[in-house]
Write a protein that binds this ligand. Sequence first.
Ligand code: ADP
Ligand code: MG
Length: 575
Amino acid sequence: MDILKKFLAYYKPYKKVLFADLFFASLASMAVLAYPMLVNQITKNAISEHGIDLALVVKMIVLFLFLMVVEYGSNFYTDYCGHAMGAKIESDMRSDLFRHVQKLSFQYHDNTRTGQLMSRITTDLFDISELAHHGPEDTVISLVRIVGSFIILVNINGMLTLTIFLILPVMIVFAYHYSIKVKNALKKNKERIADINSQIEDSLSGIRVVQSFANEEIEMDKFKGSNRRFLESRKNGYKVEALFFNGLTGFISFINISVVVVGALLISYNQLQLTELITFLLYLNTLVDPVKRLVNFTQNLQNGAAGFERFMEILAIEPDITDAQDAATLSKVKGKVEFVDVGFQYGSESNYVFRNINITANPGEYIALVGSSGVGKTTLCSLIPRFYETSEGTIQIDGTDIKTVQLKSLRDHIGIVQQDVYLFSGTIKENILYGKPGASDEEMINAAKHANAHEFIMGLPGGYNANIGQRGVKLSGGQKQRLSIARVFLKNPSILIFDEATSALDNESESVVQESFEKLARNRTTFVIAHRLSTIKNADRIIVLSEKGIAEEGTHAKLLEKKGIYEKLYTMQFN
Ligand code: ADP
Ligand code: MG
């Protein structure tokens, strides 16, 4: 019931269209009910052994034309505006879903296949829109037609009507049974297409890796598997559908023949007139058609309901990282960042990545994090913008617990330059402006200049309007890094996180990136996950992480003197 309420809520903005749709649907149904009456008038009264009553025929033809206009006019409205309403509802739902999915935390996206989500956002919602449009409409059409033709049929001849209603229940049971089979087949189809989508998404995002390992055949095999499973499920779907529709048509023919046979018998016993039998047969079809429609509708309903349930399932996932109630905005930030007894585990089942971390970074301080791979440097930094929530302890900025402030305002103060830069397909300009949408061209170009990117950008055909290809494939590693630095320059945050690319850059572009980054770091609290000597040496403080937490802390010179882990790491790497 709750789910029905939520479904109906989507009709709210379209109440008028919905009522008009239902009105025109009933109007069209009534027109359909009236046609056989006219035929009856003509066969019974206009044509007789005394000749043709031309006036009556003309009257009937005019009425006929009028009904046609009413029927097709109404149908045009329901087909066009009704479908458009369904599409609008679908589009509203899709927006809700996309907005929601964007809010879900890293934790959720770590564990969900993108292709499957895409499938839900696109194809699954189509079923719901079909239901949204045809649901109310089919119910009204069927009710008007079934009740209307039933009353008329009984009025023409009770015996004949009884004949129909002896066969009809069997047909309904058959239809219902098969509609469930069809529904299951369709559901399977959808799961299979979602599999294919995520398979394609995975292979094509990694096309460079695929081709560099020359593993096209392996990807093809994976694809063949899911493609074949989809084919199988479609074949099965067509089989049950063919059984369903042909079985149904068979039943309808059987009903027609039975009516003709019983009707002929009744005529021979003078219980029925030929014209009545003709009218009866005409009404029979206005009765059977909505029964078919109703069965179709139950299928639509099940499909749409299943789709809507899945849709609601995703909407019901609470984003686990959100604003606390009455969260304050984090306005001006000096840049003091404190980790107080911080512990973290990815999920309650897994081990702690670290515990008891205590760090105080003063405003403007430049801190280098070093430690072997997998020790938790990236994880530690991802806690500051609350990409993940601390499992223990708190993180404070200027003395305020980050959990108590609005997420957006927190993230507005933090700039991140990631190890693998993510750029969006589009132009250079669009990508830099991502740091501060709406910034002026002057600000944007200034940011690029600070990031040592202006020169290479001007060298590109099109300059700032050059297209960088999907995820920036048309740029070199160093260029991408500098663009991502320009993006952060434009954002101008007080706190900076730089996950240094290990060895993706050659020496020359490394020093250019390094230089632009150092400019960026000036007067900002900076955490650098450092791999290179140059970044480490200049640090105000170096924090050495080990499996046991913070192992050592101090300046480069002090740590070398200490002859501990850092000294070992250092001599290993740089001598
Ligand atoms: P570092 O940056 O020091 O190399 P990370 O912070 O990336 O280390 O990883 C620390 C540990 O957390 C590793 O054992 C890694 O396997 C695990 N880890 C990293 N990211 C995730 C994730 N998204 N989900 C689960 N575990 C993760
Ligand atoms: Mg890392």
